[in-house]
Design a protein around this ligand. Structure first.
Ligand SMILES: [Zn+2]
Length: 215
């Protein structure tokens, strides 16, 4: 049986604007924000968790100084300023590239879960040489990111607990609705509220992508 390669994490849908000149690529800002779902291409942090859109910038996946095109939409990535700054002009040397040491390209392949995956300490662990280069060069285990992933894991387990609780409590709602158990009714409403707020937190948290290795 043949295995199909996992789909890229990011699939662009925007029609890019016409871009010319040295700073022409800046016209693509809004297109990129939508295509990257308001998240950093590399660390996946959401704009609203990283200081807003001012804390993001357009990254040239292949740096211009390393032969990357300035105004080719497919070379433009939406990235938080930290990833952008850390990545800088990094690009594998031909010898590194021959040994598989390169950036994972989220628009061409599945990066999270395939080239690297999250371990029990909420750190990213490389699964391939590409993952090693990518996680190491971009410093994707910087403390802020690990803390944010940990926080998200707490939300996930609290959501699972609250969902279990509601499954047990909901059948009792009929009794509550006819006034026999108003306290029960209040508890149910409270848990529903908790579930809604956890879902809202998780919608902007760094997504959890399980490992695809061994599938
Ligand atoms: Zn980032």
């Amino acid at each position: 049986m043949t295995r199909t390669a996992p789909l890229p994490r990011i699939v662009r849908k925007e029609k890019p604007p016409k871009m010319r000149g040295r700073d022409g690529y800046r016209k693509a800002r809004e297109h990129l924000r939508r295509d990257f779902a308001y998240r950093c291409a590399y660390c996946m942090i959401h704009e609203s968790e990283a200081g807003g859109e001012e804390a993001f910038w357009i990254d040239h996946f292949r740096p211009r100084s390393k032969g990357g095109s300035a105004n080719d939409y497919t070379n433009l990535y939406w990235a938080c300023i930290l990833c952008n700054h850390i990545k800088g002009d990094s690009w594998p040397t031909p010898s590194e590239a021959r040994h598989g040491r390169r950036f994972a390209n989220p628009c061409h392949e599945q990066d999270y879960g395939f080239h690297f995956a999250e371990n029990a300490k909420s750190e990213l662990e490389a699964l391939t040489r590409c993952g090693e280069y990518h996680v190491g060069t971009l410093r994707l285990n910087r403390s802020l990111l690990v803390a944010r992933r940990r926080e998200r894991n707490e939300y996930r387990s609290r959501l699972a607990e609250a969902s279990n609780l509601i499954e047990r409590l909901e059948p009792q709602r009929d009794a509550a609705s006819v006034g026999r158990a108003p306290v029960q009714n209040e508890v149910i409403d409270h848990v529903h509220h908790e579930i809604d707020s956890l879902r809202a937190e998780l919608a902007i948290a760094i997504p959890f992508i399980p490992s695809l290795q061994g599938q």
